[in-house]
Design a protein around this ligand. Structure first.
Ligand SMILES: CC(C)(COP(=O)(O)OP(=O)(O)OC[C@H]1O[C@@H](n2cnc3c(N)ncnc32)[C@H](O)[C@@H]1OP(=O)(O)O)[C@@H](O)C(=O)NCCC(=O)NCCS
Length: 212
């Protein structure tokens, strides 16, 4: 299968929406966010979460896409990175344009839950990575269309990032055991896990770090 990788510079809203639609499909069974907002609201809020992450990535991070060369360069997968010194929702512009619209549709009880759990999650991140989640690269989100999964696209998107990090490492957090073992298979080291009780279910977050 023939695909190309491309870093988006100043993506248009249409391009971001095209990737958002890919993420909506790729993350349709994501458990962590579903456990937070509940299975009923999840399908409606997932696109808004994906849009928020993509707008944040376009403002403070980097987005790399994989496109199907044989089908009018339709996007088949994408990855969002935040480089050293940056993280998601860390600027007023990101908070206003990315987080703001997400918060508008967030159920009040989920907002309350986030407010309570955020200090714990921050402490866990610090215990796993020290300051390196912020001072090195952070892999925020990677998703590939189901028909294209298992064909090397995800690995190519991660490798493309790895080529660019120089002397830096890469931090990420994953929930699905399959994804944890995938990242370990790619050379990321397991830096510990935390069990999280959300309003609509429990899940485990695992920290992973790749040293150059
Ligand atoms: C996770 C994801 C991005 C990986 O992308 P992908 O293009 O499917 O990945 P690749 O084809 O490059 O690599 C997967 C292959 O690596 C190999 N592999 C993965 N884990 C492995 C392991 N532990 N041991 C040996 N081989 C392994 C397998 O060959 C696997 O293919 P398979 O699933 O058909 O067996 C993609 O599956 C996806 O979009 N999932 C849904 C969204 C998601 O969960 N994103 C990650 C959030 S942290």
């Amino acid at each position: 299968m023939n695909y190309t990788l491309r870093k988006l510079t100043d993506p248009t809203p249409e391009e971001l929406e095209e990737i958002r639609a890919i993420f909506d499909i790729a993350f349709a069974s994501e458990r962590a966010f579903q456990s937070v907002v509940g299975p009923e609201k999840f399908p409606q809020i997932l696109p808004i979460l994906n849009r928020a992450q993509l707008i944040a990535g376009s403002l403070g991070g980097e987005i790399i896409i994989a496109a199907d060369a044989a089908n009018s360069n339709k996007i088949i997968g994408a990855i969002i990175w935040f480089g050293p010194g940056r993280e998601i929702y860390d600027s007023d512009e990101q908070r206003k344009r990315a987080l703001g619209p997400l918060m508008e549709v967030f159920p009040p009880e989920a907002k309350q839950w986030y407010a309570e759990v955020t200090p714990k999650m921050e402490a866990f991140k610090k215990a796993s990575f020290g300051d390196r989640a912020r001072t090195e690269w952070y892999l925020q989100r990677v998703g590939v269309l189901p028909d294209w999964q298992g064909k090397g696209v995800g690995t190519a998107l991660i490798e493309e990032g790895r080529k660019r990090v120089g002397k830096h490492g890469i931090a990420l957090q994953a929930v699905e055991p399959k994804n944890v073992s995938y990242y370990e298979y790619l050379g990321f080291k397991n830096k510990g896990h935390i069990d999280v009780q959300a309003l609509h279910g429990d899940f485990t977050v695992t920290s992973l770090f790749w040293e150059p």
